[in-house]
Each structure stands twice: as C-alpha cells, then as structure tokens.
Write a protein that binds this ligand. Sequence first.
Ligand code: SF4
Length: 268
Amino acid sequence: MPTNIEWADLTDNIIRAKGGGWWCQKISEGCKNCYSEKLNQNSFFGGNKQPYSGQPPELVLDTEAIRKWGFQRKPKKHFVSSMTDVFGEWVPRLWQHEMLDGMFVAPKQIFQILTKRPEVMLSSINEWLSNHGLEELPSNIWVGTSIENRHTLEERSQFLAQIPASVRFWSVEPLLKHLGDISQYLNDVQWLIIGGESGPDSRPCHIEWVESLVKQCNESKTPVFVKQLGSNVYLNQQPFKTKHAKGGELAEFPQQIQIREFPNFTCD
Ligand code: SF4
C-alpha cells in the first residue's frame, strides 16, 4: 500500500497474524516505542492487541502479494514488512526464501528489506544464493539494518557488510546517541537513512549528531537521506521546535542537513 515513509513508495506487509494485525519481538532500545506495536494495540487499525514479546500468534505469509510483484509494470520502491522483522527467528526460513524468489522475478521493482537481526539475514540470504547458484543478490534487492547507538552499529554492521548486495543500507532511526566516527564503516554501506524518534514518548535527538553523520557521508560520497529530526529535538542543548510533528519537513531542517539522496542504482 502507498506509504508516507519518505524513502519508499509502498509498504508490503507480507507477514501478518492469522486473526488480523501483526507481530514482532522487541530486541533492542530502538524497539522501545515501536510504532508497529502501538498500531497493533489498536483494533481500529486492525490490530490484535498482542504485545511484541512472548510467543508469536499464528502467522500467515501473503503469497498472493508476493506473486503480484512480478506483474507490476511501474517501478516502485517497496519497503517490505514495515510492521515486523522478516528475519525474526520466528519467521520460517522458507518464507524468507519465498519472499526473495518473488523479488528475483520482479527485477524492475526495488525491494528494501530492513532488519534488526542482520546475522539471520546473512545466513538466510547465503542459503538462498547457494540454492540458486548465485554469487550475489540481484541489484533490485536492497538490504539494510537498523542502527540506534554505537553498540548496535558495531554489532550489526559487521553482519550486513558480509551480504553480497549492490545496496546495503543503514536505517539510523531512532538515532538515540551520538555515533561518533563512522568513517571506517562507510566503505561497506551504500546508503544511510537518518531519523530522530517521533511520537509522544520520543527520546531526544540532537541536531549535532545528525550533522556529524551527514558530514561524514558527504566526505565519503555515501548517499544520505535525512528523513526526520523527530519530536524531541535539540540544537546547542536547547529545544529545537518544528511545526511538523515528526520534524519531517525538509525546509525546517538546518540547511546543512537538508539532504535526501538515494543510492546510485541501475537495474540489472
Ligand atoms: S524490530 Fe521493528 S517492528 Fe519489530 S519490535 Fe523492533 S521496532 Fe518494532
């Protein structure tokens, strides 16, 4: 379905709870205010009210949605499974491979897969590549991991870096801490998305942290996309107010971080 997420055209939630709603399992600080769990608590939005912890409900894979990818003519950017982690340990590997099969036969569509479990993504993708006798992912499949602080940067980026893909990306959202020097990692990543946390309980994001990331990306010529500043923004240790509730209006950003680039990409 069409999305307001600025770096995608569509979200395709191919894994859902059988009785309605979604499910995921919280794994790190970045999940604390999970937007998907909040929606899932609300039956008005089709949620099943299960928390994102404990045991999963019965889940289904929407194989029909996957099949349709191959018939779509107009190229679009599909953020696949925005409401869960498709590389969660509870997701059957067969489902992950059915998803990749569907992407493989839709080379004009761009698929953006984001996980907080890049070690699972690496092993599942390697298995799929080996099953197909391929050396690397088709270039329309972009793989990303979420980074929220220095710890997740060091832990997750090493697994992502090993995935043979033309576009590996970081979604640095919610940015919860200053990441410091990331220059040593930028050779292995082709795109950064940056965002502060939004919503009523959002944790602070300092514009200086965003500036530092943008500067390092510019220096290394890594495309960077500043999605939003968030709802709890600081500049020079003072609150920085924006009219846009999520701090997502580009014109309200300080000029040096008004940047929304995409990876250099050509279809196979
Ligand atoms: S991985 Fe994403 S969808 Fe899953 S609980 Fe964490 S923030 Fe929510």
